[in-house]
Each structure stands twice: as C-alpha cells, then as structure tokens.
Design a protein around this ligand. Structure first.
Ligand code: HXC
Length: 257
C-alpha cells in the first residue's frame, strides 16, 4: 500500500486506516481509492475487527479527487475508468466506519467522509464541495448525501458557491457527530469506535444496514427491511447472550456469532 496505512489492531477490535499523501493534502487519486477499497474489504472480512476508523492528518482529511490526474481526461476516459465502482464497493462495507476529520474535507474528500457512517471532526475541519470552482460538480455522492444530511437549501448553496463550512457549522447542520479540539479528534473517533466495538458485531452490521436503508427507500419498505433484520438478530448467539446478561445483571460478552 503506497498511499494508505492500515492497522488492523489499532485498539481492541478497532482498525485504523490513514490516508497518506500528505504533500498533496491526501488528494484521492485512483490508486489511493483502489487501496482503500481493498483495505476496507480485508478489514470487513477480518473477524477481529468490529469497527473501522478512517482518517487523514491534521491538515487534511482529503482535499478532493486528484485534479491533476483528472485534468486532461475526456468524458469517455472518465466513463471507461469507472472510478465509481470503487466508491460503490466502499459503500458496501458492512462494519461501522467512522471518519475522523481534521483540516480539509473537500469535494471527493467531503464525499468520502459522508460515505462513512459517522464523522468526528476537529475544530479546524473544513467541509465543502468546491468542484463548481473548477468547472465541474460533485460526482461521488455530494449532491445526494449532502442534501440528505443538511437539507436542500444549504446543500444547494455549498454546491453552487463552492464555499467551505467550519466544523461548528457542520455540527449545527447535522453533518458531523461531534467537534473536538484538534489534538483530540482521532482519540475521540477511536473512543466512539471502542464504544461501538463493545456491542454485538452482528447487531451492529444489521443496524447499520437498516439505518442506511432509510436513505434508499420509502418508509413502508424501510420498516419491512428493519423488521427482517430485527428477526435475523434473533438467530445470533449475541442475542441470547445479550438478553441473558441483562437478566443476570452482568455485562454481556459478545462474540459476533
Ligand atoms: C490534486 C491537490 C489537490 C487536489 C491540493 N492539491 N488539492 N492536488 N488534487 N484536489 C495539492 C496542490 O496542488 C499542492 O501541490 C499541494 O496539494 C498543497 O496545496 P495548496 O493549494 O498549495 O495548499 P493551500 O494553499 O493550503 O490550499 C489548500 C486548498 C487547495 C484550499 C485545499 O489546495 C484547494 O483548493 N485544493 C483543491 C480543492 C478542490 O477543488 N477539491 C475538489 C476536487 S474535484 P503542489 O505540488 O502544487 O505544491 C473532486 C471531484 C470528486 O473532488 C468526484 C469524484 C471522485
């Protein structure tokens, strides 16, 4: 892996992925995205890992897709490269995925953070979809996920002006889960991951899938989907253990079985 670093045992049941093209502010070139897809797939299949944290560095989570790599491309080049199959694969990650964002999360960087399930931001984080300033528009979910996250009026303004919002604004808009001092953003994201890692991994996957479904279907269909996953949770040993532990007034020991 050249452009990311992966630690599958960063903390108990928590894996950490670092985007690692610091000189280019972690601009997301095709190789980096391919490495990220492969790493997430491997961590999804790693029984020891329950939650994944994705981060950049203090200055940048990611300043967008690699503009230098895209600059000379034609529409047909873009079609043939089919970079979005990589993004589709990332979206299929079953385990909870938390973005720890400091500095720039712009364009594809903001879209990548929004592809994660939750965002923990440092107070210096800046979010935006500035593609309009270079003559294009968001292409990896920005017009869709941002609109769902913060509403039409605000999303429209960000997408049409390309302006950035601060971490506090993002918090107020409901784009991020929490904002913490810069020196603590990774720790805060990992703490959240550790909390989730204590839960049943089976239930976490089923619950994540169900919450995501709320974005993709209408209410009746979503409720139906939720119910099936609720029933499915009763096929797990974790359900037996969780309820037994409650009755016995002790902490459950979840195994992911
Ligand atoms: C390629 C990038 C880059 C990017 C920064 N760099 N962003 N290279 N693609 N998206 C490079 C710069 O060229 C420079 O390299 C180095 O990183 C440091 O950047 P500076 O601009 O010198 O830093 P600064 O003055 O602090 O400004 C930071 C910035 C600015 C405001 C984030 O870099 C910027 O506006 N970047 C582009 C943001 C953007 O438009 N993102 C959307 C991209 S389109 P050199 O070698 O020159 O010193 C997109 C579409 C997604 O994301 C669609 C699907 C994937």
């Amino acid at each position: 892996m050249e452009f990311i670093q992966v630690n599958n045992q960063y903390k108990k049941h928590v894996a950490l992925i670092n985007l690692n093209r610091p000189k280019e502010l972690n601009a997301l070139n095709l190789q980096l995205m391919g490495e990220l897809r492969d790493a997430l797939k491997a961590l999804d299949e790693d029984d020891n890992v329950r939650v994944i944290v994705l981060t950049g560095n203090e200055k940048a989570f990611a300043a967008g897709a690699d503009i230098k790599q895209m600059a000379g491309k034609t529409a047909i080049d873009m079609l043939n490269v089919d970079q979005f199959s990589t993004w589709d694969q990332i979206k299929k990650t079953k385990k909870p995925l938390i973005a720890a964002v400091s500095g720039f999360a712009l364009g594809g960087g903001c879209e990548l953070a929004m592809t994660c399930d939750m965002i923990v931001a440092s107070e210096t984080a800046k979010f935006g979809q500035p593609e309009i300033k270079i003559g294009v528009m968001p292409g990896a979910g920005g017009t869709q996920r941002l609109t769902r996250a913060i509403g039409k009026a605000r999303a429209m303004e960000l997408v049409l002006t390309g302006k950035f919002i601060s971490a506090d604004e993002a918090l107020g808009y409901g784009l991020v889960n929490k904002v913490v001092p810069t020196e603590m953003y990774l720790e805060a994201a990992v703490d959240l991951a550790l909390e989730i890692a204590q839960m049943s991994p089976v239930a976490a996957k089923l619950a994540k899938e169900s919450v995501n479904r709320a974005y993709e279907t209408h209410l009746d269909e979503g409720l139906h989907f939720e119910r099936k996953n609720f029933y499915l949770a009763f096929a797990s040993e974790d359900q037996t253990e969780g309820m037994k532990a409650f009755v016995e007034k002790r902490k459950p020991e979840f195994t992911g079985k």
